[in-house]
Design a protein around this ligand. Structure first.
Ligand code: GDP
Length: 451
């Protein structure tokens, strides 16, 4: 942390400008050495200056340099941002000159890591920075910015505060039993407190499902016998020609994917190879993959052919999706109806044809209904979706189970206090009050360079 780091903060390619970010104790001094213009060491903080980057006496680029002095910067260190011309050559040359002057190349996420280590943001906010950068939809952005604003961190802090209140009370009771005017915590108090914390944590876990839907979308598998129209449906949904449509059974041998938005939620659609008995080696692999996709899907669109009677293979597929969220999509309704679905007793049947684009809107409506997507219109977007954070919350819930058993078995408050501290610590590790280096390295290595 004592050295000065630099990296390109914008993506490297042909563009009007590129920004090189420099952070650390020598940031201003070193950039000043290679800058032809005002003396950057004597300019006020948070000001921007026109000039040139030079190497020996050669002018390398015409730039604007922003000088920001600690502590009111992203990293809480001195930060200089060099706006140089975009494109690979000018940007790389300026960066190279910085390295020649003793600045080290920043690791992925190192600026944000410094912001965390210097106490400007907690770990939940740091992770939200990456989520914000990775956001693909409006709703993902809303969740990320809420976390970056500290909504989830504040909730965790509130829970920790309420735990520390009872922990400190128990400790006083244990350490100073002779003080009669100090409130004595009862098992009942503990029970009430634990229930409060448990309810809050369970709410986070419940809502995380919705948060995850916003972040990861709904994995949707289109399955069905060969030639029922799976690729045609995918194309209709994607409104493009991504999958290859032919009338030769078994054409979609691998997995084709695409994403559309329904009510702002991503539907990650996977068109699978037609599932059928086959002796073709390549097709067999496709069928195996299709069955795996089916297992992992949040939603299955099981396609049937309106123009044919149900086959044994259709029955087997209907059987496979019994325990899944599935919509039975009866395609080719432009042709004579030969299928008979009366025996299925299923409410989730939609008739479509992909030739005339008939029934596709009804299918989208059904998906909305099945996943209750309307609720996201009025959501407050306060979700914890990060796997690391959620696993810590689950850890806390497990400790709570132990406490509940302890309360039932009437073990002493002094013993239960250890568990309470454990929860307090585990909640602390969510926001990064305690951490180990390995975790930080792992976490920030997933960041992009320059952030
Ligand atoms: P897949 O093997 O299940 O992916 O099926 P495809 O999408 O490749 O379609 C197989 C054949 O059925 C093609 O000749 C399509 O043009 C035809 N097809 C697809 N959808 C419809 C439809 O709604 N009506 C009619 N009449 N033909 C369709």
């Amino acid at each position: 942390m004592n050295d000065t780091i630099a990296s390109i903060a914008t993506s490297l390619g042909i563009s009007a400008i590129s920004i090189i970010r420099v952070s650390g104790i020598d940031a201003i001094k070193i950039v000043n050495k290679i800058f032809k213009g005002k003396d950057l060491e004597s300019v006020p903080s948070h000001t921007i200056h026109y000039g040139h980057i030079k190497y020996q006496e050669e002018i390398i680029d015409e730039v604007l340099v922003t000088v920001m002095r600690a502590p009111k910067t992203y990293t809480m260190e001195d930060v200089v941002e060099i706006n140089c011309h975009g494109g690979i050559s000018a940007t790389n040359k300026v960066l190279e000159i910085l390295f020649l002057n003793g600045i080290r190349e920043a690791n992925p996420g190192e600026f944000t890591k410094r912001a965390f280590l210097n106490g400007r943001i907690d770990l939940v906010k740091a992770e939200a920075v990456m989520d914000l950068i990775n956001s693909e939809t409006e709703k993902e952005r809303k969740v990320a910015i809420n976390n970056l604003q500290g909504n989830s961190s504040n909730l965790i802090r509130k829970l920790r505060q309420s735990l520390i209140d009872i922990i400190s009370n128990i400790e006083v009771n244990i350490d100073y039993p002779e003080y009669e005017d100090i409130y004595e915590v009862t098992m009942k108090d503990l029970e009430v407190k634990i229930l409060e914390v448990k309810n809050s944590l369970q709410k986070i876990i419940r809502e995380a499902e919705d948060g995850k839907m916003i972040k990861d979308g709904i994995t949707t598998a289109i399955i069905g016998r060969p030639n029922v129209g799976k690729s045609s449906l995918l194309n209709r949904l994607l409104e493009s020609e991504k999958a290859i449509v032919t009338d030769i059974p078994g054409t979609t041998r691998d997995i084709v994917e695409g994403t559309i938005l329904i009510s702002g939620i991503k539907l990650n659609i996977i068109d699978t190879a037609g599932i059928r008995e086959t002796s073709d080696k390549v097709e067999k692999i496709g069928v195996k993959k299709s069955l795996e996709v089916l297992d992992n899907a949040d939603l299955v669109l099981l396609l049937l052919n309106n123009n044919e009677k149900l086959t044994q293979e259709d029955y087997e597929l209907l059987d496979k999706v019994q325990d899944k969220k599935a919509i039975i999509v009866v395609n080719k309704n432009d042709l004579v109806t030969k299928i008979d679905l009366r025996e299925l007793k299923n409410d989730n049947i939609i008739y479509i044809n992909t030739i005339e684009d008939n029934g596709i809107d009804a299918l989208k409506e059904k998906i909305k209904e099945l996943f209750n997507l309307e609720k996201f219109e009025t959501s407050n977007y306060n979700y914890i979706t990060n796997t690391r954070q959620l696993s810590k919350i689950k850890e806390c819930l497990n400790i709570i189970k132990d406490i509940e058993i302890g309360i039932q078995n009437e073990i002493g408050l002094d013993m239960l206090e250890i568990d309470l501290k454990n929860i307090w610590n585990t909640l602390g590790s969510i926001i990064g009050e305690n951490y180990d280096e390995e975790l930080l390295d792992e976490l920030f290595s997933k960041f992009c360079v320059g952030k």
